[in-house]
Design a protein around this ligand. Sequence first.
Ligand SMILES: C[S@@+](CC[C@H](N)C(=O)[O-])C[C@H]1O[C@@H](n2cnc3c(N)ncnc32)[C@H](O)[C@@H]1O
Length: 194
Amino acid sequence: MDATLRKIIAELNEAAAEHDATRPDRLDRWRVLEPDAGEFLWFLAQSVAARIVVEVGTSRGVSTLWLADAARAVGGHVLSLDSDAEAQRLARRTVTDAGLADRVEFRVEDGGAALARMPDGSVDLLFLDAERVEYPSWWPHPLRVLRQGGVLVADNALSHPEEIAPLRDLLLRDPRLTVTTINVGKGELVALRR
Ligand SMILES: C[S@@+](CC[C@H](N)C(=O)[O-])C[C@H]1O[C@@H](n2cnc3c(N)ncnc32)[C@H](O)[C@@H]1O
């Protein structure tokens, strides 16, 4: 990742911290990905040569930038889904300014509905960063769409363990998966489909 993109991400993280500090309601906050978690996601995406990346929860596009840069490195693309059109409008502008517009498709859509329509094994990396309690209701699609050797990552595994527990249990129950939690940012729950 070049220095310009790192600077754009750092500025967005700073702006998000300032913005979120003035918003008492959680849902009014941007809640963007922390830098160390972004670095982890960026590295992981390249490690599994993730050419088809799907993220649920664009917000202002911090994770989108990390994922799009990783996708560019391996000749891939990111589909970024969010139910909030205004958030995506701003994220699209940032991604365009960062020179990554050709790597990202933004779609205003519910994550669960979008995953349900995707073909089996069509996704290399799925990043879940939306409303955590909804993920189990999306089953089996988050796993069904993952190719062999692909990874699912869910944010907030350590900041909200009780909300992530039902997802973690579903993953641990599946013998095709290797599951762990990485202590970066707010905690990344990671499942590798062997
Ligand atoms: C924690 S923020 C995402 C932060 C973003 N990944 C980043 O690093 O900048 C969560 C986002 O998920 C979106 N969201 C919540 N439920 C959703 C759903 N069912 N489908 C799609 N997006 C959803 C919200 O509108 C919000 O913008």
